[in-house]
Every structure is written in structure tokens, then in C-alpha cells.
Design a protein around this ligand. Structure first.
Ligand SMILES: [Ca+2]
Ligand SMILES: [Ca+2]
Length: 246
């Protein structure tokens, strides 16, 4: 009987990790963590949760992210939500584009994820993307990494490549059309915009996950799930409160 129970437990743990689609260098680690890039040059990894998220409901997403131990490493991680026609195969360009965007919105070439929005955790200064010199976070749209001066400026939370896990919490308020992001318990990014209609053309089912890449410079980069939950009164009827994607 014990053997049977042990076998069942093994299956259930395997299933937890099976809930991601992995692209490139992404692969499951222990303890609900997922490797995005090894500490090697020119890597790109993407992990999408196999369950789409419902933008018609309120939800909270709570992860730890690890961005490496070398202050001069690169390139960073993005949290992405998208309806790209390539679905779970969608990817962006490596290096400074962090597996999400493209080199420059003026250039025709380079794969990027769109329609989409992303929160970037950028650890490398790229003047070509109008980056601030320090590590920064920013809201991005439609596979464009470039920081236009007329949109919300990147924020600088300090060195992110400090060999520590950083708490990342994202909360979506569907009725208030507000997206809020905390890093290490400090509210860093707040966007109020009709994202559902302006970005996703009214499509409430979006794919979500994390992208990351390295270039000439590199760092180990991974994330760990802590919690996903639809919030009370707005949950889709087929999901129990708090059932999330565990
Ligand atoms: Ca840094
Ligand atoms: Ca950068």
C-alpha cells in the first residue's frame, strides 16, 4: 500500500511541473522553480503556464525571481501575458530583448511576442533600448523593449543581481483596469489602462509566463511559484477560490 501511495505522490509532483510549456533553455528545477537561463552566454528560455489566465477576473500572482549573482551580468527576465498567434510557441529575441521583444521597433526583423504586455526586470544597460544605467523594471507592450520617453519611465529598485530571490507580486484589478506590481514588497509599477481592449482586442484568455535571455554577458536566471489565485467574487465559475494553477 505504501508503494502505491508513493507512486501517486510522484505522479502528482511530476504533474506540477508539467503545467508549463518550456522553450529554449527553460526546464523544471526542484521546489516549484523553473530554470530560464543557465549562467552561459547567448541563452534564451521561456516557460508558459499551460492554463491561460482570465483578464475578466481579478487575480494575484506571487513568485520569487532570481536574476543572478553578477552585477555585470545580463540580461534579465520578463513576466509576459500574450495572445500571440503562435500560442505556446511564441518567443522574442535573445540578448537585450530578454526573449520577449525585438532589437528595435524600427527594424523589420527579429521575433517578438505580440499582442502582449510584459513587466521587465532588466539587469543590463543597453543604450540602444534607451535603458537607464541601473537595473530597472518597466511596463512593456507588444514586443517592444525600447523605452520611449513619452510612456511610463522605468523604475530602479537597486541591484537585482545580488544572489538573492526577489519577491514579485502582480495584481490585476479587472473592474478598475489597474495592474500593480510589487518587488520585494514595494509597489513599483502601476498601470491603469483598458488593457483588455487596447492590447488584447477584448480577448480575455491570455497565455502567461516568464521569458529570459543572456547575450555576451550572462547570469543564472530562474523563478519559483509561490501563489496564483483568483480573488473572491470575480473568480471564473469553473475554478474554486484559490485553486489557481497548482
Ligand atoms: Ca545589476
Ligand atoms: Ca537591458
Amino acid at each position: 500500500m505504501k508503494t502505491v501511495l508513493l507512486f501517486a505522490l510522484t505522479i502528482s509532483l511530476t504533474d506540477l511541473h508539467a503545467q508549463y510549456h518550456y522553450l529554449g533553455s527553460a526546464q523544471p528545477l526542484d521546489n516549484q522553480c523553473v530554470l530560464l537561463t543557465p549562467d552561459e552566454p547567448y541563452s534564451e528560455g521561456i516557460a508558459y503556464n499551460t492554463n491561460t489566465i482570465d483578464l475578466g477576473s481579478d487575480f494575484v500572482i506571487d513568485f520569487d525571481i532570481y536574476l543572478g549573482d553578477k552585477d555585470e551580468g545580463a540580461d534579465g527576465i520578463t513576466f509576459v501575458m500574450h495572445t500571440d498567434p503562435r500560442g505556446f510557441q511564441a518567443y522574442g529575441t535573445y540578448g537585450e530583448c530578454m526573449g520577449y521583444g525585438r532589437w528595435n521597433p524600427e527594424y523589420a526583423y527579429g521575433s517578438y511576442i505580440a499582442p502582449s504586455l510584459a513587466i521587465e526586470f532588466d539587469t543590463y544597460y543597453n543604450p540602444t533600448q534607451n535603458d537607464p544605467e541601473n537595473d530597472h523594471m518597466a511596463y512593456l507592450e507588444n514586443g517592444t523593449n525600447y523605452h520611449f520617453v513619452d510612456v511610463k519611465k522605468p523604475v530602479e529598485p537597486g541591484n537585482l543581481e545580488d544572489d538573492r530571490l526577489h519577491s514579485f507580486i502582480l495584481r490585476w484589478d479587472s473592474s478598475g483596469k489597474t495592474l500593480r506590481v510589487w518587488l520585494d514588497d514595494v509597489l513599483r509599477v502601476e498601470i491603469t489602462k483598458d488593457l483588455l481592449n487596447k492590447v488584447f482586442s477584448g480577448n480575455t484568455n491570455v497565455i502567461w509566463g516568464f521569458t529570459a535571455s543572456t547575450g555576451r554577458k550572462h547570469n543564472l536566471q530562474y523563478f519559483c511559484l509561490k501563489r496564483f489565485a483568483y480573488l473572491p467574487n470575480t473568480k471564473p465559475e469553473h475554478l474554486a477560490f484559490g485553486s489557481g494553477f497548482y
